[in-house]
Write a protein that binds this ligand. Structure first.
Ligand code: 4NP
Length: 178
């Protein structure tokens, strides 16, 4: 279901339909990986003049209501992206109806999305985030969880997420998502 769909007629009389894309990034705690992905993709969406909805959530509730991890905030700030206003929330079954594309940061997260969704789970909407990597040869790989390491892990994960967000923009912009 794509609710924000509209049509336009080109100068040559061609009817083209456009749709806004609604993307949800999901990790475990919603304080390290998915808030970075939300902030980075939102930033790029704005730069490209797109009108997409971008959000993030976690499959666990340990950090609900918290701001992103300070190292996630730091590395985003270095790149001119302020994610300090984002707050962690838990992924819920109703998210399946609200989003067109749901990206799981890791294999355990993918399984939990299915479990939480229950009878509402539409796994056709769900993919591993790393599967969007251009020239990807390894399927269904996980974004490393930087939570248990130092600040450099967050820098590595930032670079990975940044590249994939570019690929997501390229892919769906071509498909007439505005
Ligand atoms: P995230 O990282 O899923 O990328 O937000 C984690 C954050 C918190 C925990 C684990 C991973 N935790 O166990 O509290």
């Amino acid at each position: 279901m794509v609710p924000f769909c509209f049509m336009t007629v080109t100068a040559s009389g061609l009817l083209i339909s456009f749709a806004a894309m609604r993307i949800l990034m999901v990790c475990l705690g919603n304080i390290c990986r998915s808030p970075m992905a939300e902030g980075i993709l939102r930033h790029k969406v704005k730069e490209h003049g797109l009108d997409w909805v971008v959000d993030s959530a976690g499959t666990e509730s340990y950090h609900v209501g918290e701001a992103p991890h300070k190292f996630s905030q730091n590395i985003c700030r270095v790149h001119g992206i302020d994610i300090s206003d984002q707050r962690a929330r838990k992924f819920v079954a109703a998210d399946f109806a609200k989003y067109d594309k749901i990206y799981a940061m890791a294999a355990d997260v993918y399984d939990e999305i299915d479990g939480i969704g229950g009878r509402h789970a539409d796994m056709n909407k769900v993919d591993y985030f790393l599967n969007e990597l251009p020239d990807n040869t390894i399927k269904n790989a996980s974004v490393p969880d930087p939570y248990y390491g130092g600040e450099s892990g967050f820098t590595e994960v930032y670079e990975m997420i940044d590249k994939i967000c570019d690929a997501i923009i390229d892919r769906y912009k071509k498909d007439n998502y505005v």
